[in-house]
Design a protein around this ligand. Structure first.
Ligand SMILES: Nc1ncnc2c1ncn2[C@@H]1O[C@H](COP(=O)(O)OP(=O)(O)O)[C@@H](O)[C@H]1O
Ligand SMILES: [Mg+2]
Length: 148
């Protein structure tokens, strides 16, 4: 299933993401593609809002991961910008997280391509101009018509 939306502001991206956040469940892994400034962190802010975690998201670029905790589950927000090798990934502690009971979103997932599970949710953000983004979500039927 593929969903697509054009947003014209960060606020519109947050509100599109909020709708997806409401549908997320434990075990979900979201892998982003899209360059610097595309809106991956902005989208993640909306996911956290949709999950009921509040306006908690900031960029994890200088950490590998930010964790936001909720009553039932945590949101792990990874930034793989600086990860280049399998050794980097292993020594970062990536494999110690409890992916099955929580939700993970991964910026720069391109950098760990071969280590990602098959059934993840893929989100691609393309910058069309300064305020305009094309967001494409590939995932299961749960997300059908989310942005209609
Ligand atoms: N439609 C839009 N959706 C998301 N961000 C946008 C949009 N238009 C402009 N922006 C700006 O683009 C930047 C996106 O930054 P960020 O979310 O940190 O990107 P990334 O995590 O992909 O590097 C922010 O400064 C945001 O205000
Ligand atoms: Mg970011």
């Amino acid at each position: 299933m593929v969903e697509r939306i054009i947003t014209n502001s960060p606020e519109e991206t947050i509100s599109a993401a909020q709708k997806i956040g409401k549908l997320l469940k434990a075990g979900d892994i979201i892998a982003y593609s899209g360059g610097l400034g595309a809106g991956k962190t902005t989208f993640t802010r909306g996911l956290a809002l949709g999950l009921g975690l509040g306006d908690v998201v900031s960029s994890p670029t200088f950490a590998l991961v930010n964790e936001y905790s909720g009553d039932k589950l945590n949101l792990y927000h990874f930034d793989m910008y600086r990860i280049e090798t399998e050794w980097d990934l292993e020594s970062s502690g990536f494999y110690d997280y409890d992916f099955a009971r929580n939700i993970a979103v991964i910026e720069w997932s391109e950098n760990i391509g071969s280590f990602l599970p098959q059934n993840m949710i893929r989100i691609t953000i393309n910058t069309l101009d300064e305020l305009k983004r094309e967001i494409i979500l590939e995932g299961d039927e749960r997300f059908a018509a989310s942005w209609n």
